[in-house]
Design a protein around this ligand. Structure first.
Ligand SMILES: [Zn+2]
Ligand SMILES: [Zn+2]
Length: 231
């Protein structure tokens, strides 16, 4: 570590969410840390928070009506303040440094769950035109941190988005599934691999489901979904 880096490391800094001073290498002040919207009572299949889970089926009504292509989804947070602000800043205001803290929380949460590890992490790809205008893929940036913490390989080049779809949040619910259907393809086979799809936010789940379907067509063995926040 260089002297400059050492000084930077020792220097107190600000909480990522408010102006409170915190010790070096601490992300949030105690107040902000307590306000994080941890997801509880989520559906074990699709991770929808506050789900009413049928005790017999053990999954939410949506999953009973139309079981997703992926095996299960994991999300530490509800998409609520202040995590939604961190994600919006990462996505739309170039605050790339937030990918590290979001990835760290996601990795810590996953470590505690003790699921059998996947073979590879595949971040949800952006269409090249979206990537060009934004300059980076926020899901890939979060995935880099998760991959480092969990010591898992990252594959960000073999799945691609072939259509520039409208943002799901701008569409009415009934149009979302159709919007992303067939929007992904893989350039190589994922034969026998257990894949973790990683995204920043999961809303209706249609995007990750479309990618899961595409990876299963490419012979992936099992798909799970990892997201930072779930609506
Ligand atoms: Zn704070
Ligand atoms: Zn569900």
């Amino acid at each position: 570590m260089s002297l400059l880096n050492l000084l930077r490391w020792l220097e107190p800094q600000n909480c990522l969410l408010c102006t409170a001073r915190v010790a070096a290498n601490v992300d949030f002040c105690p107040g902000c840390e307590r306000s994080l919207p941890w997801s509880r009572w989520a559906c074990p299949r699709c991770a929808a928070p506050d789900s009413v889970v049928d005790t017999l089926e053990a999954v939410c009504g949506e999953c009973q009506k139309k079981p997703p292509a992926y095996a299960y989804a994991r999300a530490p947070f509800r998409y609520a303040p202040p995590v939604d602000r961190l994600i919006q800043n990462l996505k739309y205001h170039g605050r790339l440094e937030f990918s590290r803290v979001l990835g760290k929380y996601l990795a810590g949460y996953l470590q505690n769950l003790n699921d059998p590890p996947p073979d590879v992490i595949v971040p949800v790809p952006l269409h090249t035109s979206r990537l060009r205008s934004r300059g980076y893929n926020q899901s890939l940036e979060i995935a880099r941190t998760v991959s480092k913490y969990l010591a898992l390989p990252l594959n960000w080049s073999d799945a691609e988005r072939t259509r520039d779809t409208a943002p799901q949040t701008e569409l009415p619910r009934d149009k979302r599934r159709k919007n992303v259907r067939g929007a992904f393809k893989s350039s190589v086979a994922f034969s026998g691999q257990r894949v973790a799809i990683l995204d920043d936010v999961m809303t209706s789940g249609h995007t990750v489901n479309a990618l899961a379907e595409s990876l299963l067509r490419s012979e992936a063995l099992e798909i799970r979904v990892w997201v930072v926040a779930r609506t």
